[in-house]
Design a binder for this molecule. Structure first.
Ligand SMILES: *Cc1c(COP(=O)(O)O)cnc(C)c1O
Length: 394
């Protein structure tokens, strides 16, 4: 039957989950601009603009900084397909869900996967990393800088140093850090870092920024074994993006590139440094509010992400009921933990548009009311404690 679909009218949610995050109207509007083809010079200008801001966010001078036409998992697949060979040793620091996802990808390309494991939410110390890398002598070391399943930040300095000493390449997942906190690709000795558009970049999902060091590109150009995934083959993409003939590889989703360019323009206008500072302040105020209520954060103090916050669910409270109430009464989306952290933590994203005083206070208020309605006896007032942090910083 013709015309059987009602007009599209999605609900308006306040997205405080670990992604996707809210998108500014001007970013949506960018997607309504006329498309050009994937070989139009205009498209390559858009790509250049995107790259310039991405390099600053990644903290790199890497020439090879691209955008994959795929979600964050596609960036992960790109890193594995290009830099992990069959029968090579792939060492992964495993303390969460996304570490396991990259380990599974490495296993599927035929690598010998070795793990250093920690409970979800803990991080690896410099000496643990050094001992592991020196013992295993792998070809690749991978870690998740911003583990969205736990809220933990993994420091990378010792990983970079130990891996390079052993002649290994370093892959880092920066999906939830890029845009909300410094990634420091060059300073941390990361060879390959990837991210996505719908988390701290506050853009629509669909693209995956990736950056590759000169050292890793040199390794790739010398690689003899075939790259298993044609779509993620960086040598082919290099020819398309950088070759004089821009040899056709795939039809780039140009409207999504427009959206990314606009999201990066938003970031550039605020400035990268001020955006990081805003996310840090929102995180600090949130933690003050959480602790004032009498809740505790799952991750220990210097290892918390600013972008994804994980307070523990208080004893005797059903997190699903709290989250349902937040959605029903405030249109606020927050998520819970999964795997070993199911029912034990909330996962609350403070990324992009919601990392502001007004939104953090709104969220804490709704969370305190929802917890109270589910039987939690809060110690103090979350909103007031957070307000004091914002006030002091003003
Ligand atoms: C979200 C996420 C991914 C996967 O990204 P998709 O866009 O969902 O494919 C990978 N790693 C981390 C750490 C993430 O948070």
């Amino acid at each position: 039957m013709a015309g059987s679909l009602a007009p599209l009218s999605p609900p308006r949610r306040l997205l405080f989950g670990p992604g996707p995050s809210l998108v500014e109207p001007r970013v949506y509007e960018a997607m309504t601009k006329p498309i050009v083809s994937h070989v139009d010079p205009y498209f390559f200008h858009v790509v250049e603009d995107i790259r310039a801001v991405l390099r600053r966010l990644f903290g790199t001078s890497n020439e090879f900084t691209l955008v994959m036409s795929a979600t964050g998992s596609g960036g992960m697949q790109t890193a594995v397909a290009n830099f992990v060979e069959p029968r090579s040793k792939f060492a992964v620091l495993s303390n969460g869900y996304f570490c396991e996802r990259i380990a599974e990808m490495a296993r599927r390309v035929g690598a010998n996967v070795v793990r250093l494991e920690k409970p979800w939410g803990e991080t690896f110390s410099d000496s643990e990393v050094r001992t592991f890398v020196h013992r295993e002598r792998p070809q690749v070391v991978a870690y998740v800088q911003a583990e969205t399943s736990t809220g933990a930040l993994q420091m990378g300095l010792a990983i970079g140093a130990a891996a390079h000493e052993a002649g290994a390449l370093v892959i880092a997942d920066a999906v939830t850090s890029l845009g909300g906190m410094p990634v420091q690709v060059d300073a941390m000795g990361i060879d390959v870092a990837y991210s996505c558009t719908q988390k701290a970049l506050a853009c629509v999902p669909g693209l995956s920024p990736i950056t590759v060091s000169a050292r890793a590109m040199e390794w790739l150009r010398a690689r003899r074994s075939p790259i298993p995934d044609w779509y993620f083959d960086l040598k082919l993409l290099d020819e398309y993006y950088h070759g004089a003939a821009h040899r056709y590889h795939h039809t780039t989703p140009v409207s999504t590139f427009y959206a990314l360019r606009e999201a990066l323009a938003v970031i550039d206008e605020e400035t990268v440094e001020k955006r990081w500072a805003r996310h840090l302040l929102a995180h600090r105020a949130f933690v003050a509010g959480i602790e004032a209520m009498g809740l505790t954060m799952h991750v220990a103090d210097p290892h918390r992400l600013w972008t994804v916050n994980t307070p523990r669910v208080p004893e005797g409270i059903d997190d699903v009921k709290v989250r349902r109430r937040m959605m029903a009464e405030y249109d606020i989306e927050i998520l819970g933990g999964f795997g070993p952290l199911a029912g034990r933590i909330f996962r609350i994203g403070l990324m992009g548009m919601v990392a502001t005083r007004e939104n953090v206070l709104l969220l804490l208020d709704a969370l305190q009311k929802s917890l109270t309605a589910e039987g939690f006896a809060a110690r103090g007032n979350a909103r007031e404690a957070a307000e004091a942090i914002f006030h002091r910083a003003a």
